[in-house]
Design a protein around this ligand. Sequence first.
Ligand SMILES: Nc1ncnc2c1ncn2[C@@H]1O[C@H](COP(=O)(O)OP(=O)(O)OP(=O)(O)O)[C@@H](O)[C@H]1O
Ligand SMILES: [Mg+2]
Length: 489
Amino acid sequence: MKFPLLAWRPSSTRGQLTFQYTIVFSLLLVLAAGLLYITLNWILFWNIDNELQDEASLVKQYITFEQGKPVLRSHTQAADESYDLTTIFNVSQILNTEGVPVKSSPELTAFGYSFEPKDLKGLVAMQPPPTFTTMGGKRDEEVRFVNTILLGPRGSRYLLQIGTRLKPINDAQDTFLWVMLMLLPVTVGFSAFGGSIMAKRTLKPVTDMTHAAQSISASNLSQRLPTRGRSDELDELAETFNAMIARLQQSFDKMNEFAANVSHELRTPLQAMQGETELALIARAPLAECRRVLESNLEEIDRLNRMIRNLLVLAQADAGEMRPKREAMDLNELVRDLVEQMRVVAQARGVDLRAATSSPVPLFADSLRIRQMMLNLIDNAVKYTPAGGHIEVRVERVGGHHGQAQVLVRDTGVGISAEDLPRIFDRFYRADKSRTRGVAGVDGCGLGLPIVKWVAETHGGSVEVTSTPGRGSSFLVHLPLQESTAVTA
Ligand SMILES: Nc1ncnc2c1ncn2[C@@H]1O[C@H](COP(=O)(O)OP(=O)(O)OP(=O)(O)O)[C@@H](O)[C@H]1O
Ligand SMILES: [Mg+2]
């Protein structure tokens, strides 16, 4: 069953609440009025019927039969003082078995009540007759009777009916209905009004929140929605929203810092190159000097190129566009080759670089990325280890069949101080720049380790670092083995 009225939904929540409240309230009102009406009816008729029954049993005591006919007479009083049905009861009659009145109060005849003799006969014939009957055509003329059987001599039967007019009751019922009908629209109006005010009050915090949220923009992300300290649903909403803004603010701050870092990293070398080049041009420097400037510029350009490549990798990683390829590869072999290549660079700096490799370590990974990760780690170790130092790169399988691949890059270099340690994986972070430059002679830009971390994590692995300043550092990378990542062996 469908109620089109109930299916209707106002566009605003306030309207919706008001509407539903009014509907429910009105239905309750109608239900209550109906129940009240039924109860009222029941009480009224219960009273009348009780009274009628009392009267009937009283009258019955005074009825005697004379020459076979019923007569109403007092037992104790003299015959002339006997009272008739007419004197006490307005509406009453005695019917014979044919349904014809043998005696009836004058009012019955005066009001012109006409009951069908056929109906009355049927009533008399019933054994036993119904205790109560309501008769009379129109609503205004209805009479309620209590029926009592009188047994006369020689088995004659009569029906005594004592009644009362229902007009007062019917009038009361009509008045009640009218009042209810008049009251309904008024109450509905009031409940709609009250409901609307209640809805507005309930929704006020939501409206407040909307206004507060509207005033929050990228430039004032530090602003928060007010909570009312009631820890209800709305407070929870405000807190959730605030937490979201806080996260937004964090990533905004990060982005701003990142942009500032990038522009700084780009500007400094560009300015240096510009200065040197301009000077060489203005001073009409000799060819040898020009050559030196160009060589130094080339070095800077090389560095900038590397940095921009790294930035691009990280930007794509951030955008989630860099899904690592999954190809079968041997980590052991990759590391051995890499160490072979880097050994020349390390030797040039007076650093001893060695690989402690063993049996093949199969991986299911992006070999280019893994190579880049290992290169960054070894490059760091070489850069931050003074002449005479040692670097060891060790590849191992740990934890059996479902275990992991583990790569350890350990150097005897300058080490990292405890305060720098948690930050070295941040973008553009470099520990104490003067010292770094002093040892390495080459300036990095702090993007190597963030890439290491990203590659390890996107392969389902991790990277840890331990370091003692002045004695060296160890970088430990864990990667899942081929068996645990491949679908088929
Ligand atoms: N093996 C290491 N020994 C000592 N310090 C290290 C080592 N590896 C990294 N660090 C410190 O961590 C910082 C961040 O390293 P990261 O590789 O991210 O940057 P970078 O090497 O300075 O520059 P890039 O790698 O971009 O050329 C370095 O500046 C250095 O201070
Ligand atoms: Mg580096």
